[in-house]
Ligand binder design. Structure first.
Ligand code: MN
Length: 262
């Protein structure tokens, strides 16, 4: 059989890879050995032992008018903007548990932000708004935990506010609920309590940019892929917690999610 150019390249690549395999057996098809492999971040899915592998965590900023105002912005003139958290910022919280959540280093003003999280099963570029929800696998209740003092200080200095948002365990969330079971979320109560006292209370319909619009907008900036999750923004009345506080997050149609600051 005539060997194509592609066959030759493949053979050469396999031979090259073989060289790097310490003690690799002849004819092994394995690629280069990966040193110090990072653990993959996954999120449990309700009703199954399967898990959702996280590729990227996107978060929208100032997506409720009243929260935008409390952060010092004019919601009517601001297009949506996004930031990311590292995937290993995920802290999986089981239904019915109160998970210990460590108070992070460096901050003296640690804030809660309850948010609806959408998880994608497919992606693409320039996704139209009317096709965007076809890419959603499911939803979860999430917390976008924030070192508010550092976020604001960095913002004031026109520096990236990553240290305020993108740190270890800054993304607690409950398990994913597939769309087939819970549908999509365009309205419904979203609330957060601290030690039994209501702090945040709004409705998902108050979002400035819907989940569909967020997916569409994000796909203009980056190609989206299965495994991407999107924190869809928090309502007004964000505030601080200290060690010992218990946060309870509620979104209509989803089980509650709760953490204790330790
Ligand atoms: Mn947020």
């Amino acid at each position: 059989m005539k060997r194509t150019r592609r066959d030759l390249i493949r053979t050469a690549a396999a031979a090259g890879a073989g060289v790097t395999l310490a003690g690799g057996s002849a004819g092994a098809q394995a690629g280069p050995k990966v040193l110090f492999e990072a653990a993959r971040t996954t999120i449990p899915i309700v009703g199954t032992t399967d898990v959702f592998a996280v590729r990227r965590i996107y978060c929208i900023g100032r997506n409720y008018a009243a929260h935008s105002r409390e952060m010092g912005s004019d919601p009517n003139r601001e297009p949506p903007f996004f930031f990311q958290k590292p995937t290993d910022a995920v802290q999986n919280v089981k239904i019915g548990e109160v998970a210990d959540h460590p108070y992070p280093s460096l901050t003296k003003n640690y804030h809660y932000e309850v948010e609806l999280v959408a998880a994608l099963k497919s992606g693409g570029r320039n996704i139209p708004i009317d096709k965007a929800l076809d890419h959603v696998f499911g939803y979860a209740v999430g917390l976008d935990m924030t070192r508010r003092d550092l976020q604001q200080a960095m913002g004031n200095e026109k520096k990236p506010w990553e240290i305020g948002k993108s740190f270890d365990k800054s993304a607690p969330l409950g398990p994913l609920h597939p769309v087939e079971k819970v549908g999509h979320f365009t309205k419904g109560a979203i609330t957060l309590e601290v030690n039994g006292q209501v702090k945040q209370k709004a409705d998902l319909s108050y979002m400035l940019w819907s989940v569909a619009e967020q997916i569409s907008k994000l796909s203009e900036a980056n190609e989206l892929f299965p495994g991407d999750i999107i924190y869809s923004g928090t309502p007004e009345n964000v505030g601080p917690v200290v060690k010992g506080d218990v946060i309870l997050c509620k979104i209509e149609k989803l089980p509650d999610m709760s953490v204790k600051i330790v």
